[in-house]
Design a protein around this ligand. Structure first.
Ligand code: ZN
Length: 274
């Protein structure tokens, strides 16, 4: 039933798939034309979770599909935050650098940010409270659409993680994070949360609900958010009805069993919960 509804919604939401080898760029004209209202996704969270960390497209190509986003880099070499057209790499040592255009990307979601709804979000004591608050706005605007949210302000508490670059043969993401995750805790830090909301039918391709990354205003600190708290911040929502996905034609990628249920592992790597 879930699978069927996903297919129907996928058709209605103009989902499209393409392989991302550089020679197959005949589609880029269409993608660029539509990209203001398109979530562009590189591979699947499921392929990343199973340990497919090879880059599929270059950062230079990713930037053609959006100016805001989240993701990671080849070998899970840090967390990606795309903000105002710049791709930042929050590394496992806690530093942040601008990603090179030649760096490659095994998983990411980007779009061109277009503010549809603005609101002040107040009194957020933890990440679940933020999810509940953002859910209300998403439900008002259509819970079956995608949504990027930009939340700017001063955060009383910001707990982020990144990870050390992995070498081949790659382990699954939960095993890699078990030893190589690094956490950083900041107090009273100014910056921006970049959040992606995926509808609940996306559990075969990504993770339903919210995924949060952070970058500080001075662009020196950032990562994947595990916990946060803040008194008040400005949230801007970009409601997005189209979805475009690129896949690898690499034979190792093609051998993967991507319908395998890795939702438990995804929950573990996304939230730090056991
Ligand atoms: Zn993340």
């Amino acid at each position: 039933m879930k699978r069927l509804s996903a297919i129907i919604l996928a058709a209605a939401l103009l989902l499209s798939f393409t392989a991302c080898s550089p020679q197959q760029d005949s589609k880029s004209e269409k993608t660029e034309k539509n990209s203001k209202e398109t979530i562009f996704q590189v591979a699947l969270l499921q392929s990343l979770t199973q340990g497919y960390y090879d880059g599929i497209i270059e950062v230079s190509e990713l930037k053609k599909h959006g100016d805001i986003g989240i993701g990671t880099f080849e070998g899970v070499n840090g967390e990606m935050i795309v903000l105002d057209g710049t791709v930042y790499q929050a590394l496992g040592d806690g530093s942040v650098q601008k990603a090179s255009d030649k760096e490659t990307v095994p998983f990411s979601n980007v779009t061109f940010f277009d503010s549809d709804v603005k609101e002040t979000v107040s009194g957020i004591k933890d990440i679940n409270a933020l999810k509940d608050t953002l859910d209300k706005t998403v439900e008002k605007n259509g819970k079956n659409m995608f949504c990027f949210v930009k939340i700017s302000g001063e955060f009383k508490k910001m707990n982020v993680r990144s990870e050390l670059k992995q070498e081949k043969p790659y382990k699954s993401l939960d095993k890699a994070l078990a030893t190589d995750q690094r956490e950083f805790n900041y107090d009273n830090i100014k910056g921006t949360v970049v959040a992606l909301y995926c509808p609940d039918y996306m559990d075969g391709l990504n993770t339903p609900g919210w995924h949060f990354h952070f970058i500080s205003d001075d662009k020196t600190k950032g990562g994947h958010i595990l916990e946060l708290a803040f008194d008040s911040a400005q949230a801007e929502f970009d409601i997005t009805p189209e979805f475009d996905m690129c896949l690898s034609d690499n034979k190792d990628f093609q051998k993967m069993e991507l319908a395998k249920d890795v939702s438990g592992a995804i929950n573990k790597v996304e939230t730090n919960d056991d």
